[in-house]
Ligand binder design. Sequence first.
Ligand SMILES: [Zn+2]
Length: 189
Amino acid sequence: MPDQSSEFPFRLRQEYLSPSEAAFYHVLLELVKGSFVICPKVALVDLFFVSRPNENVHQSTKLVRRNVDFLLLWKENLKPAMAIELDYLKQSDHRPIDHFLDGLFASAGFPLIHVTVQPPYDTKELAKRMRSALNKKQDTAPRQADFSPICPRCGITMVLRFDKDGPFNGQKYYGCLNFPTCQETVAVG
Ligand SMILES: [Zn+2]
């Protein structure tokens, strides 16, 4: 008998996927025929990172505790290929319509398609939409501008500063965390 007052009050959920998710998983499995690895219910924080995190602190909370229903990985290198989100006919019964998800995937240049839960699925149409999404995949490699600069002297991440009368003449710039010991600065590029 589990002790209810234990400091580990955790129990296994008896179902991982909902019946709709499980049914669609089998459709997807048949469709991709081993070309992709299918990951159901993937946490957004495992798929995306916030660029320049010390400037976009509040943005990271938008990813927390959020999932996308299915992520396909290329079988050869296990890198993300595309994502699929299930929409429900009566969406409000499940969760609110999610504009954030579309904006997130679009801004990161990573393909996402929505599939309405309405079996039986038209697998030909679905395959066509998936191919089209995969073809639209953009260059998703992080750019240097996605990261805050590293102090050339101390080797630590620099922080965004604003100095009204400083050398950057009222503009934002990067300063070293070790200021005033270290006076290194980098212009915001
Ligand atoms: Zn420094």
